[in-house]
Unconditional design. Structure first.
Ligand code: CMP
Length: 144
């Protein structure tokens, strides 16, 4: 099934100058960019994005980190895009990520882990419109 997923290059990877390398990896895997922008979330916006994690002990630190600088936020599309992105990213904790994955290569630790990708269709349905309106996404009936 062709899917859309919300992907973020997190502030650690943007600061580290890894945006181009990470996007190249997604494009190389056949994923198409349908929307893309640099986003500077404030604390409240980061809390809204990660609201499913609000009871977790790491929530304050995570939202502080995610609002500490710009993220490159995009919508990627492709066959099985959600699983494909998650495979390319590797495990949440870079210490447990497979060699060759983005987090193994670029992440600092379990929190500052370079990239985010929607973990399900349900998450993507919340996360994509959190950042992009229909008019800001290329595709559907406007690709012809
Ligand atoms: P992400 O894929 O964006 O989804 C939730 C984020 O919470 C995750 O990546 C990490 O940045 C962060 N996270 C998950 N588990 C932990 C943890 N044990 N300690 C700190 N941060 C975490």
């Amino acid at each position: 099934m062709v899917e859309r997923t919300l992907v973020m290059i997190k502030p650690d990877a943007v600061r580290g100058g890894h945006v181009g390398s990470i996007i190249r990896r997604f494009e190389g895997a056949g994923l198409a960019i349908r929307a893309l922008k640099l986003v500077c979330m404030d604390r409240r916006e980061a809390e809204g994005f990660y609201q499913v994690h609000r009871e977790r002990p790491f929530f304050p630190s995570l939202t502080q980190f995610m609002s500490s600088g710009p993220t490159v936020t995009m919508v990627l599309e492709g066959e099985g895009a959600i699983a494909k992105v998650r495979q390319l990213m590797g495990a949440t904790d870079p210490a447990k990520a497979d060699p060759g994955t983005l987090r193994k290569e670029f992440a600092r630790n379990v929190e500052q882990n370079a990239v985010h990708g929607s973990d399900s269709l349900t998450s993507a349905a919340y996360e994509i419109p959190y950042f992009f309106s229909a008019l800001e996404q290329f595709g559907d009936d406007r690709t012809a």
